[in-house]
Design a protein around this ligand. Structure first.
Ligand code: 5AD
Ligand code: SF4
Length: 468
């Protein structure tokens, strides 16, 4: 049964901060500004849209640069050491902003600060950081800000909770692509992963809340909606409503409108044939599946605590492809997990050849304090991991190109994202299969669907011309 509290935004705290921002506006002739910087995954992007949304509600104006902001919120990631180092280095750079503006409030939020040792480090070595706010208490931003505005003291308590906040305002970055969190946390404890420790136990939003949010987005004209969770296939587990992820997806697919539905991320041990059948029979569900494999060696998968082997993975993969021949499949791979032998790594390469992913996100294993893998014997030397990583990338590049070749001369439906960031004079967009497409700028607006005939394919992009 459901143990999780459904909490709402603290409106008294919002009103209190509002009084402060109104006074600021009266004195300064403008609203105070908030800058939100995001590290990490899509879940963090979605969380940051809530941080911005709450700040807006409290009277702040959202800006895109930290200079001249009155409030800076850094939403951090803890998945690999590199992400933490980058966040800490950026926070370090804000020291001089605080020196220029004593009234500046700096808050460090998200996964990194849930870890005791990082909170201590920020408290000791970053005296200009005013507060920390962990992932499960982001909806408490108004309370923390009200407290901070009323007193000088820094706020570094750990107040993690196992609740779901509904009704938190969201300031979305795009008006045609949207993220919808359907569940939070993770119970899987893969031995390398910090997520279960920093995002807490799995808890799902009520189906009615998710359905209402997606309906509202479709009504507003959103075209591409991604459902988010660390393991969406666990949606609804242990809840009284008895709806699993496939059921939820089916209900969302029934919503009328011109939109596509995506979801991330799936755990292979929980990806069901029922889900595949719903996808294959859906009207709106994108034929793209992100299914992290992590390793192609059964021995390593066991050490990773993944609860599937190569055979089980291929079984569900083959079923998906049988039901949806146009399906794009992407995956995550970790190289250099403790104890990974040359033979284990060759198994991973062999699995890539067999699985023929459209694309992979690949990572060199990064030990995370407090996880079982960090304590395992036989940590792999950096040079060995780096060499394996290079080989992995080279093989996948060839496989990605091969996966794109059948798309040559095809005409694909593309959701335009506006001007290309890399090629001037070109527009870019994404297909239902999430492939990036470039075509000459013809004035198409971001958020519009177009048809593009592909005349060149590369490993990670397609090129062509718009057809009328
Ligand atoms: N080191 C390297 N990669 C990791 N991932 C998770 N934890 C680690 C780690 N400690 C990768 C996994 C996961 C993706 C989001 O990040 O591949 O699927
Ligand atoms: Fe981490 Fe595994 Fe949970 Fe994914 S399923 S968030 S890799 S513990």
């Amino acid at each position: 049964m459901r143990e999780v509290d459904r909490v709402l935004l603290n409106t008294d705290a919002v009103a209190e901060v509002r009084r402060h921002t109104a006074q600021f506006a009266a004195e300064r002739g403008r609203r105070p500004r908030v800058f939100v910087l995001t590290f990490g995954c899509q879940q963090n992007v979605a969380d940051s849209e809530k941080l911005s949304g709450m700040a807006c509600e409290m009277g702040y104006e959202v800006v895109t640069a930290p200079e001249n902001a009155e409030l800076i919120l850094v939403n951090t990631c803890a998945i690999r050491e590199h992400a933490e180092k980058r966040a800490l280095s950026i926070v370090g750079q804000y020291k001089h902003l605080k020196e220029q503006n004593k009234g500046l409030i700096i808050g460090v939020c998200g996964c990194m600060v849930v870890q005791e040792h990082r909170r201590e480090q920020l408290k000791k070595s970053y005296p200009y950081v005013d507060f920390v706010l962990g992932t499960s208490v982001l909806h408490r931003l108004p309370e923390i800000l009200a407290k901070k505005l009323a007193q000088k003291r820094r706020i570094f308590g750990s107040e993690e909770e196992n609740a779901i906040a509904e009704g938190v305002p969201i300031c979305r970055e795009s008006n045609y692509r949207a993220w919808v969190s359907i569940m939070y946390g993770c119970n899987n404890f893969c031995s390398y992963c910090i997520v279960p420790y920093v995002r807490g136990r799995e808890r799902s939003r009520a189906p009615a809340d998710v359905i209402a949010e997606v309906k509202e987005l479709v009504a507003k004209g959103y075209k591409d909606i991604t459902l988010l969770g660390q393991n969406v296939n666990s949606y609804g587990k242990g809840e009284a409503h008895g709806m699993d992820f496939a059921d939820l997806l089916e209900r969302l697919d029934a919503i009328e409108g011109d939109f596509i539905l995506r979801f991330m991320t799936s755990h292979p041990k929980d990806a069901t044939r029922k889900l595949v059948d719903v996808m294959a029979g859906g009207k709106h569900i994108a034929h793209h599946f992100h299914l992290p494999l992590q390793s192609g060696s059964d021995a390593i998968l066991k050490q990773m605590n993944r609860h599937y082997d190569r055979a089980a993975y291929l079984d569900i993969l083959d079923y998906m492809r049988e039901k949806m021949p146009d399906l794009a499949v992407t995956s995550d791979i970790i190289v250099g997990f403790p104890g990974e032998t040359d033979a284990d790594f060759e198994d991973t390469l062999a699995m890539l050849q067999r699985a023929r992913f459209d694309m992979i996100y690949s990572f060199i294993y990064s030990p995370r304090k407090g996880t079982p893998a960090a304590e395992m014997a036989d940590q792999i030397p950096k040079e060995v991991s780096a060499k394996r990583f290079e080989r992995l990338l080279a093989l996948q590049e060839a496989l990605s190109l091969a996966a794109n070749e059948p798309l040559l001369h095809k005409t694909l439906r593309v959701l335009c994202d506006g001007a290309s960031k890399t090629d001037t004079g070109m527009l870019s967009g994404r297909t239902e299969q999430n492939k990036i497409v470039f075509w000459p700028d013809d004035g198409t607006e971001a958020g519009a669907w177009v048809w593009v005939e592909i005349d060149r394919v590369a490993p990670f992009a397609l090129y062509g011309n718009k057809v009328k």
